[in-house]
Design a protein around this ligand. Structure first.
Ligand SMILES: C[S@@+](CC[C@H](N)C(=O)[O-])C[C@H]1O[C@@H](n2cnc3c(N)ncnc32)[C@H](O)[C@@H]1O
Length: 462
């Protein structure tokens, strides 16, 4: 039931009033304020400083993430060619805190278990800087596709996208990962202001159901973390059952885990042990992001370390699978004629599609639903090689022999993003079109015209 004043369920509001007491009014007042809009610079593509020189937006720094900025609605960054080039990811500012807490180190094996649409996966990938390995998993097939497109747009070359239930992955990857993120499906109370329709599904029973599902997901995550590894658990809800209460239940069942204090970020408020049945004081080391205390939506983050358990399996020297010689030679012929750096490593042929994949996973993927097995290089078509969009977006302009550099406000950029041909005399054959030196995609020049290879599904409407 809702009051006629707000779309928010009465039971939700009265629970928040009981929990927050004197803080309830400032909390409640935020529901009539606009949500903060955020974008995060993709450091796989550029630095924070260079972005600030180039970006035509009204930006203010998000205090808890160096790469994060607030923008104004009139900036419309989703309509700028930089977005198509993966220069930034539009992400709710509080949500940026989670990868900042998990903070993977170069070379880590990282799992993002509930990953679509990919805000936190692309942040984790940027932190890895092309090293190590990221598995971004999303069980819902349609959402996994969107996740995969975002991984591609952001130029991530060391990630796999899977679409599995967590327990199926846990069978395959025991004690495998150094860092795991569980950004759990939740009752979404923290997003009610941004999206009042999200209230429709809410009920006290829904909250209980979410907590049960989160515990299952956490159990699978625990099995996949190596001894000494760390795990971040986050939700965008206020319900204690899905936050401190869930972590308390998990710790009771998993004494090998401990909470790491994340109060190095001054804007975060401590977790609330008094809102759980057991009241374990260390729950105060988890963090709550409150909309009345910072410029962002409601979020909860817990950072856990697995003290002991199985060590990570050693990296296996897997024998790379040999591909037919004509496949490799057709790829190399293309790459040597088009690129300054030829991406090489362990290849995988998936139908006609050629990928580079992390070698240690060659034999672990069989039987899993894999949406993107690695960096898609291109497709073999009757003895010729056609490069993929992912190849263009995973390269830096300096790594490409022939680029056509377009200004962000040029007519040609809009033509290209709409899928139109462009009249231009440049190097014959494959070229990469760039916006201010950020690759946007392939085209093929002949007779003074560049044929458009920007993917049909991504094209801008006229
Ligand atoms: C909060 S969203 C993730 C947002 C994402 N991390 C991001 O930053 O863009 C939770 C995701 O978990 C997925 N999900 C639902 N049930 C799941 C399950 N049992 N195991 C793993 N993920 C699940 C949902 O489809 C949804 O995409």
């Amino acid at each position: 039931m809702t009051t006629d004043r707000t779309p928010y369920p009465d039971a939700f509001l009265s629970r928040m009033r009981d929990l927050l007491q004197a803080e309830y009014q400032p909390f409640y007042d935020t529901f009539s304020l606009p949500s903060a809009l955020g974008l995060r610079v993709n450091t796989l593509k550029t630095s924070r400083e260079r972005f600030l020189e180039l970006a035509p937006f009204q930006l203010q720094a998000v205090p808890w993430v160096e790469e994060g900025f607030y923008y104004e609605a009139s900036d419309r960054p989703g309509k700028h060619p930089y977005h198509a080039a993966g220069v930034y990811y539009m992400q709710e500012p509080s949500a940026m805190s989670v990868a900042a807490v998990l903070s993977p180190a170069p070379g880590d094996r990282v799992l993002d278990l509930c990953a679509a649409p990919g805000g936190k996966s692309t942040h984790l990938a940027a932190q890895l800087g092309g090293t190590g390995l990221l598995i971004a998993n999303e069980p819902h097939p349609q959402r996994a596709k969107i996740l995969s497109e975002n991984i591609e747009r952001c130029g991530v070359t060391n990630a796999l996208v899977t679409s599995e239930m967590p327990d199926r992955l846990a069978e395959r990857f025991p004690a495998f990962f150094d860092k795991i993120l569980v950004d759990a499906p939740c009752s979404g109370e923290g997003m009610f202001r941004k999206d009042p329709d999200a209230c429709g599904e809410w009920s006290p029973e829904h909250v209980t159901g979410c907590a049960l599902r989160q515990l299952d997901i956490l159990q699978a995550a625990a099995a996949m973390l190596r001894a000494g590894g760390t795990l971040a658990f986050s939700t965008c809800t206020f319900a204690p059952e899905e936050n401190e209460g869930l972590i308390e239940t998990f710790l009771r069942q998993h004494p090998e885990f401990e909470i790491i204090d994340i109060h190095t970020f001054e804007h975060f408020a401590p977790g609330r042990p008094e809102w759980t049945s057991g009241g374990r004081p260390e729950l105060a080391k988890t963090a709550r992001l409150w909309p009345h205390r910072l410029r962002g939506e409601g979020h909860y983050v817990a950072h856990l370390r697995k003290r002991d358990g199985e060590p990570a399996p050693r990296k296996k020297e897997s024998k790379s699978v040999r591909l037919p010689a004509d496949v490799i030679s057709s790829y190399r012929q293309f790459a040597e004629a088009t690129l300054r750096r030829v991406p090489e490593g362990d290849y995988l042929l998936f139908g006609d599609h050629l990928y580079l994949i992390p070698s240690e996973l060659q034999h672990q993927l069989k039987g899993l639903k894999v949406v993107r097995p690695g960096w898609h290089l291109g497709t073999l078509k009757k003895n010729r090689f056609e490069p993929s969009h992912a190849l263009a977006l995973g390269l830096r302009a300096e790594e490409i022999l022939h680029t056509v550099s377009l200004a962000a406000d040029s007519q040609e950029i809009r033509q290209y993003l709409r899928g139109e041909t462009i009249s231009m005399d440049c190097a014959k054959g494959w070229v990469v079109l760039t916006v201010d030196n950020f690759p946007l995609g392939f085209g093929k020049q002949s007779g003074g015209t560049i044929k458009n290879h920007y993917p049909k599904g991504l094209r801008w409407l006229s």
